[in-house]
Design a protein around this ligand. Sequence first.
Ligand SMILES: C[S@@+](CC[C@H](N)C(=O)[O-])C[C@H]1O[C@@H](n2cnc3c(N)ncnc32)[C@H](O)[C@@H]1O
Length: 254
Amino acid sequence: MTRSHDAIVTTQFGPRAADYVQSAVHATGEDLDALDAIVRRQAPAHALDLGSGGGHVAYRLAAHAAQVTASDLSGEMMVAVATTSLEKGLANIATCVAPAESLPFEDASFDFLGCRFSAHHWRDFHAGLREARRVLARGSTAVFVDAVSPGRASLDTHLQAVELLRDTSHVRDYSASEWASALTEAGFTVHATRTWRLRMDFATWIARMRTPEVNSSAIRALQDTASDVVRTHFDIEPDGSFMLDTLMMEAVAA
Ligand SMILES: C[S@@+](CC[C@H](N)C(=O)[O-])C[C@H]1O[C@@H](n2cnc3c(N)ncnc32)[C@H](O)[C@@H]1O
């Protein structure tokens, strides 16, 4: 049996589309407010939400952009976004089912791009960033938000291990320096970065991905045997809840 990475992603996310529309961690956040402030200043003609999931970036973009396209690998996510847009009275959001690595848009089709908590799932991170750059007009702003690796090897290994056990579509939470060099290689200039720490409530975090019991027990075993450095960095609580580092990068298509 063959199994592509993209099939793992759509199998993971498709049936959970409604959960992602409702998820408090995804529907709110200081990063969304910061992104809102950036897009409000720019009032784009056509903005792209890449890896849109439950559409929370698209709904914010729609308040300030003339037109918005929400794009995602999962058709079920895009059906959920189309339905929710109608419910919210946001008539300027169109949806598109496509991999970030191969976008069905002409060069320079957009003048703003938002991409939040998606790139760590991409089969080919660098190809996705090159596509993001290609579909943006020169001088346009792109805002990327994602979970980020703290960099230090022991912390990095723990983070990637628990992420993969929780969700097999996880590829990598890149470090800030990996993000910076990948964005530069793809043709972006990074103008500003901000970081936040988000508390992941263990039960909610596991339930959202319907992680099998054997995997969630393995995560708890890793947490219980982690070094003081790892436990302190992630602020691991007795029930497995922990703090996740996130990074926002405001970049311009060079
Ligand atoms: C955590 S959800 C996105 C959250 C959403 N952007 C938000 O702000 O609430 C991750 C999304 O990335 C999508 N995704 C994963 N790999 C992708 C790829 N290669 N191309 C496009 N979308 C992808 C998944 O289908 C999923 O909907």
